[in-house]
Design a protein around this ligand. Structure first.
Ligand code: CUA
Length: 200
C-alpha cells in the first residue's frame, strides 16, 4: 500500500483547512467566548475523568449474556434465588431483577462497610440503577447481566432509583435497601449461591 501519497494528501487537506480557518473573521469578543466555553468543557471532562478514577466508576468488566425472556426459568435469576446470598467464603452477593416498574425483590437488607456484589438483569426493557452515596450506577440492558461491587459506607436507608427512561411509570420505579451495622447483620438462612460468577 502507498502510504506516502496518502500522507501528503492528508497534510495538504489539513493545510487547506487551517488556511481557510485562519481566513474566517472571528470577532474578538466571539473569540473570547469560544475560548471560555472550550475551557469550561475541558474542565468538566477533566472533573469527570478524575472522579471516575478516584471513585472507581467504570463500566461493568464482564459481558455476560442472559435470555431476558426466560429469567424465571434460569437457575440464577429464578424467583427463589433472588435477594441476598452469602457463600462459604463470606462473599455477599445480591441478585435483582428490574422490570417495569420496580426492582425485585422490593426490599433487601445488607451489612454496611462490606463489599457487596450486585448482579442485575432486566426482564423487559432498558433500565438503569443508581444508588446515591455509592459507586452503584449502571445501565441494565436486556440480555445482559450488569455486575458492580460496591460498599455501603454507613447504616441507613438507601434508595434504589431507575435512571434510564423506561416508560410512563419510570418515575415510580424505585426500591430501597436497608443497610445495617456489620455486627448486627445476620446472613440469610438459604445461602446456596447458584450459578453466576463465583468470586474466588
Ligand atoms: Cu426503569 Cu426507568
Amino acid at each position: 500500500m502507498q502510504i506516502e501519497p496518502l500522507k501528503q494528501k492528508c497534510e495538504q487537506l489539513f493545510r487547506d483547512f487551517y488556511t481557510e480557518f485562519r481566513g474566517i473573521h472571528i470577532d474578538q469578543l466571539e473569540r473570547k467566548w469560544i475560548t471560555i466555553s472550550m475551557v469550561v468543557i475541558g474542565l468538566f471532562v477533566g472533573i469527570i475523568t478524575i472522579d471516575a478514577f478516584f471513585h472507581g466508576v467504570n463500566p461493568p468488566s464482564k459481558v455476560e449474556t442472559i435470555d431476558s425472556a426466560s429469567l424465571h426459568l434460569s437457575k440464577e435469576f429464578a424467583e427463589d434465588n433472588l435477594g441476598v446470598q452469602v457463600d462459604d467464603k463470606d462473599n455477599v452477593t445480591v441478585r435483582m431483577v428490574a422490570g417495569r416498574y420496580s426492582f425485585f425483590p422490593k426490599h433487601i437488607t445488607v451489612p454496611a462497610e462490606t463489599p457487596i456484589t450486585l448482579r442485575w438483569v432486566s426482564m423487559d426493557v432498558l433500565h438503569g440503577v443508581h444508588i446515591p452515596m455509592t459507586n452503584m450506577s449502571t445501565m441494565i440492558v436486556p440480555g445482559y447481566v450488569a455486575e458492580i461491587t460496591t460498599t455501603f459506607p454507613k447504616p441507613g436507608e438507601y434508595p434504589v432509583l431507575c435512571n434510564e427512561y423506561c416508560g410512563l411509570g419510570h418515575n415510580h420505579m424505585w426500591s430501597n435497601i436497608s443497610v445495617i451495622a456489620k455486627e448486627d447483620w445476620e446472613a440469610p438462612e438459604k445461602s446456596s449461591a447458584k450459578g453466576g460468577s463465583n468470586h474466588e
